[in-house]
Structure formats: structure tokens, C-alpha cells
Design a protein around this ligand. Structure first.
Ligand code: AMP
Length: 286
């Protein structure tokens, strides 16, 4: 595995690979590090489908609307590199902030239709920052395929659409959410939870599950389904629900009426002891 810190070296390594393997496919997994099984599942898929796999770790300052969240974001590059090695990653790209943004970008990307709902409503500038860094990374790596988690459902929808709108010649794969035994979605932020908060955090997925259970028993009342989820989450005194929404899977628009065959995503953000956690589930499930 090559560990690369500059754009120049990345370009050289990729052109070397492409010279030797003209038909070789490049798979790309962008991350912010502090890797867990969720990230590794993306890498495994990328490894299966490509001759060269590039993983990036870059904690993108532009996508943090809360400076404390940025400075407190967990980092462990040594452990991450060793996990990437185990996954047989070819190139681990670790750019500095100066390398990624030699100048403060003047361009801004937006997609109001998909940004002004769910998390975007509460995290001003977040998805603009995500779009900018992902499009820069796409230009640098020029992958054939890129892999993202459904855990960040809104992010995945935005990136799929950005890829279409800007005609990036690559495939986007959305991978299932990896969870802890009790259902909590794996997240780099989970390490910030105390033992007690960790228990309360497990109510987040429990709430979503119970809501879908009610749906499977025939409940088509949107308000009731959201209420079920919210009540379970709020039964943990350390949980503060930011939102629970039931949206259309592609447009992310709020659904007003459910019919028997309506597909939807129930998504939420919850602060557990001050740590912002997100989760979602699709109906019908996979
Ligand atoms: P992050 O490092 O949090 O920016 O995440 C990097 C990629 O891993 C994103 O595409 C995430 O959606 C994905 N990811 C994060 N957590 C999970 C998870 N629990 N299951 C599957 N994918 C995940």
C-alpha cells in the first residue's frame, strides 16, 4: 500500500497504474478516517470490483458547521493505515488542508432541492462543503466507481445527483449501514459517547425499527409513525431529537400520505449527550 500525501504523488501513482493496466478499474472510498466496519464494508466492495482501490482520509474543514465538532473529530492515522493495509488498499491518500485547499475556494456548489431538508436544514453549509471536497477528490482520483454509505442517506442522494448534474464519468454505489449488535449505526463519533450515553444512543435505531414494525402491521399514518420513533428515542433522557422525517427516497421530499405501496425513508438526527448522531431506515427494507 502506498501512503501518499500530495496531489502530485497521487497523480503520478495513478498514471503509473493506468499505464501498466490500461483496462484496470479504479475504485475510490472517501472518508474522514477513524475507520470502523462501516468504512471497511465500502473498501471490501471497492476491492471486489476494481484493480486499484484508493481510500482518502481528510477531515474536511469546509463541511463542519460547528467548530467544536471539527476540533473534536477523532483521529488515529496509524490504526487507520493498518486497517487499510489489511483490506489490501493500493493507495491511501492523506492530504493536508493546505494540499486540498491551497487557496480558499471561491466557487460554491449548492443543490437547494436536496440540501434544504433533513440534516441540511440544521447544518448550514455542510453539504456545500461535502460537494466541494467530493468533486475535488473525484477530479484528482478520476475513479471508475466511488462508494458511499447509506448511513449518510442525504449525502448519498446529493452525491448521486451531483455526479449526474456535473457529468462525472463514474458510478456511485450506495452501501448498507453497518450497525453495532444493538442496532446503533456505526459512526466515528460513537467513541465520544460515555457508557451511559451509549445505552441511550441505542434507542435511536430502536425507535426507527418500532416505527417500521408499526408500518408492517398496516399503520399508514405518517404522524403516528414519526411519533412512535420520536417517543422511543426521547425515552432516553440523554437524547434530544433534532428531527424525525419520512421522505421520498430520491427527492428527499416529505411524504404527506402513505399508500400501501409507497416507498420511503425514515430518517433522524438525535443529540445524545451532546453528540450528534444520525440514522435512517428504508421501507420496504432490502
Ligand atoms: P465518514 O468518514 O463519516 O465521512 O464516512 C465515510 C464513508 O463511510 C461515507 O460514505 C459514509 O456514509 C460511510 N459510512 C459511515 N458510517 C457507515 C456505516 N455505519 N455503515 C456504512 N457506511 C458508513
Amino acid at each position: 500500500m502506498q501512503i501518499i500525501k500530495t496531489i502530485n504523488d497521487l497523480t503520478l501513482a495513478l498514471s503509473e497504474f493506468r499505464k501498466k493496466n490500461p483496462a484496470g478499474r479504479v475504485g475510490f472510498v472517501p472518508t474522514m478516517g477513524f475507520l470502523h466496519e462501516g468504512h471497511l464494508s465500502l473498501m471490501k466492495k471497492a476491492r471486489e470490483q476494481n484493480e486499484c482501490v484508493v481510500v482518502s482520509i481528510f477531515v474536511n474543514p469546509l463541511q463542519f458547521n460547528n467548530p467544536d465538532d471539527f476540533t473534536g473529530y477523532p483521529v488515529n492515522i496509524e490504526r487507520d493505515s493498518s486497517l487499510c493495509k489489511d483490506e489490501k488498499i493500493d493507495i491511501l491518500f492523506l492530504p493536508s488542508k493546505e494540499e486540498m485547499y491551497p487557496e480558499t475556494p471561491l466557487i460554491s456548489l449548492n443543490m437547494p432541492a436536496l440540501v434544504e431538508t433533513l440534516c441540511g436544514k440544521y447544518r448550514a453549509g455542510h453539504f456545500e462543503g461535502v460537494m466541494l471536497v467530493v468533486s475535488r477528490l473525484f477530479h484528482l482520483v478520476m475513479p471508475d466507481s466511488a462508494y458511499f454509505g447509506k448511513k449518510d442517506y442525504q449525502q448519498l442522494a446529493i452525491i448521486k445527483r451531483m455526479t449526474k448534474d456535473l457529468a462525472f464519468p463514474l458510478n456511485i454505489f450506495g452501501m448498507p449501514t453497518m450497525r453495532e449488535r444493538d442496532g446503533l449505526a456505526m459512526s466515528s463519533r460513537n467513541v465520544r459517547l460515555s457508557a451511559q450515553a451509549r445505552e441511550h444512543a441505542s434507542l435511536i435505531n430502536r425507535g426507527l425499527k418500532l416505527s417500521l414494525q408499526a408500518r408492517s402491521k398496516g399503520n399508514l399514518n405518517i404522524e403516528e409513525l414519526k411519533e412512535i420513533a420520536r417517543d422511543v428515542m426521547e425515552s432516553g433522557s440523554m437524547n434530544r431529537v433534532e428531527y424525525v422525517q419520512i421522505v421520498e427516497p430520491n427527492t428527499l421530499m416529505d411524504i404527506e400520505y402513505l399508500e400501501d405501496d409507497t416507498e420511503f425513508v425514515i430518517a433522524c438526527a438525535v443529540y445524545t449527550d451532546g453528540v450528534r448522531l444520525i440514522d435512517n431506515m428504508e421501507w420496504p427494507g432490502e
